[in-house]
Design a protein around this ligand. Structure first.
Ligand code: NAD
Ligand code: TYD
Length: 337
């Protein structure tokens, strides 16, 4: 493994992963292949801009010519695939682009990877493909897929394509499914950065439904270390769940953020629920822990403190986002709630 093509490397997890890999593996080069949709932001990578081992290519995973050109120019031998439409609420407003990018785009990327003789393909997916849990139990890799949103349905489809390519063509694909991430560079449409930004601007914090939906939160750097582990030691054709046993009710996450910021709970506003809102996610990552020896390094208290501090120290990063095109999305998503 020498030259890694990271798709979606200008997004939240992709950019964290690029920083992680360049710092950890001095012998690897990273090619960031990203279309720069609303969620892609090269500011996330300004610290590595001049680094020889890092290259940016603006390109679309739905365009095989663009993918193959990047693979050939940089003698790519490994692909880590993050590029996707990633937000459930947007998938409810408009599912088509989710099918196009997440399903069709992954299919194009798989075909290009076969043509370019890629040695290893890591497909980054989500626990949301398993659907929703009741009050007890955990998702394991054996849990049947039951995606409930257009987003999770498109991710489940892409997972199945990767596994089918492995089965049919002997393609070197491996799939990971991680729980909700939080940390630096997360786009402010997602729960934690949205609540931080609104609280800092003394705007209402819109909590969906009764606020009792549960998510299992993992600090993004721990996701990156898990991906690095699976990339090097995961078995081809297999699925690995990633998570750190860290379940929280949404309302408690929001209260924690307010406490960290010293802002009043009176900012909390309960709003109309998300249609088809999954009640609870909780992931069993014991396979990854037992077979590959991975463990998360961050406790939630530490991770959320670091995250809040990052948003406080990088105010221009998110203020630029929330004052641009995002205002239209925000109005469309929240004004009728
Ligand atoms: P993000 O929305 O922050 O970033 C997505 C990136 O993909 C952006 O840089 C965007 O420009 C790029 N992109 C979109 N369409 C593209 C295309 N056609 N061609 C090339 N690039 C394109 O997403 P994220 O939160 O960083 O998630 C990354 C991946 O991890 C996704 O596949 C997502 O399903 C998965 N995942 C996310 C979470 C989470 O909590 N955020 C949890 C588990 C898995
Ligand atoms: P989100 O960050 O969108 O991730 P996902 O839906 O992929 O889990 O949302 C996390 C949880 O927070 C989810 O239960 C929906 C809820 N939520 C709110 O209550 N208010 C909001 O404004 C947002 C964006 C999410």
């Amino acid at each position: 493994m020498k030259n890694i093509l990271v798709t979606g490397g200008a997004g939240f997890i992709g950019s964290n992963f690029i920083h992680y890999m360049l710092a950890k593996h001095s012998g690897y080069s990273v090619i960031n292949f990203d279309k720069l949709t609303y969620a892609g932001n090269l500011e996330n990578l300004s610290a590595v801009k001049g680094v020889q081992r890092y290259r940016f290519v603006k390109g679309d995973i739905c365009r095989k010519d663009e993918v193959l050109a990047a693979m050939r120019t940089y003698a790519v031998d490994t692909v880590v695939h993050f590029a996707a439409e990633s937000h459930v609420d947007r998938s409810i407003l408009g599912p088509a682009v989710f099918v196009e990018t997440n399903v069709m785009g992954t299919n194009v990327l798989l075909d290009a990877s076969r043509e370019a003789d890629i040695e290893r393909f890591l497909h980054v997916s989500t626990d949301e493909v398993y659907g929703s849990l009741g009050a007890t139990g955990y998702f394991t890799e054996q849990t049947p897929l039951h995606p409930n949103s257009p987003y999770s349905a498109s991710k489940a489809s892409s997972d199945l394509l990767v596994l089918a390519y492995q089965h049919t063509f002997g393609f070197p694909g491996v799939v990971t499914r991680c729980s909700n991430n939080y940390g630096p560079y997360q786009f402010p449409e997602k729960l934690i950065p949205l609540m931080i930004a609104n609280a800092l601007n003394d705007r209402p914090l819109p909590v969906y439904g009764d606020g009792l939906n549960v998510r299992d939160w993992l600090y993004v750097e721990d996701h990156c270390s898990a991906l690095d582990t699976v990339l090097h030691r995961g078995a081809v054709g297999e699925v690995y769940n990633i998570g750190g046993h860290n379940e929280w009710k949404n309302i408690d996450i929001v209260k924690t953020v307010l406490k960290e910021l010293g802002k009043p709970e009176s900012l909390i506003t309960f709003v109309k629920d998300r249609p088809g809102h999954d009640r609870r996610y909780a992931i069993d990552a014991s396979r990854l822990q037992n077979e590959l020896g991975w463990t998360p390094a961050h406790r939630f208290e530490e991770g959320i403190r670091k995250t809040v501090r990052w948003y406080l120290e990088n105010r221009p990063w998110w203020e630029r986002i929330i004052s641009g095109e995002y205002t239209k999305y925000y109005d469309q998503q929240y004004s009728q709630r």
